[in-house]
Write a protein of this length. Structure first.
Length: 144
């Protein structure tokens, strides 16, 4: 008999409407974002990623790898999480590293998420070189 009561309570909970939250675009908040972040192929963004990549490889993995070139860079998503989240641009392409291997790269450019909230910030993952599995599997977590 208890399982019948539990089933009725569960059905009642599932039948009640879920209250939708109000969506306030990030540009209309008290401390608004302006949604102006660099494009995927901006040289400042690519230079930042290449610099951080070589620092990470050298400091944490004792590897001399660097990014030599970026190829086929394209935007994959713009604000896929909705208007009320921090503006983000998702990009992907290919990089050629100093060992001569071409690898996929996925990255995001995020407004006001740079050092102490100044400027844009980037999150990136080079497929096959995510040694600590931060974006595993195969950089999937770096994509939208």
């Amino acid at each position: 008999m208890k399982w019948v009561a539990a089933a009725l309570v569960t059905c009642a909970m599932l039948a009640t409407p879920v209250m939708a939250r109000e969506i306030t675009p990030a540009e209309q908040r008290q401390h608004p974002y302006d949604a102006s972040i660099p494009g995927c192929d901006d040289s400042v963004v690519l230079g930042h990623i290449a610099s951080k990549f070589s620092i990470k490889e050298g400091r944490f993995w004792q590897s001399p790898l660097t990014i030599l070139t970026f190829e086929r860079i394209q935007q994959t998503a713009w604000r896929p999480n909705g208007l009320d989240f921090i503006p983000r641009r998702y990009c992907s392409g290919a990089v050629v590293t100093s060992d001569g291997i071409k690898r996929r790269i996925d990255y995001s450019i995020r407004e006001d998420l740079g050092f102490i909230g100044l400027g844009f910030g980037t999150e990136w993952c080079v497929d096959g070189l995510d040694r600590n599995y931060a974006y595993a599997p195969q950089c999937k977590q770096a994509r939208p």
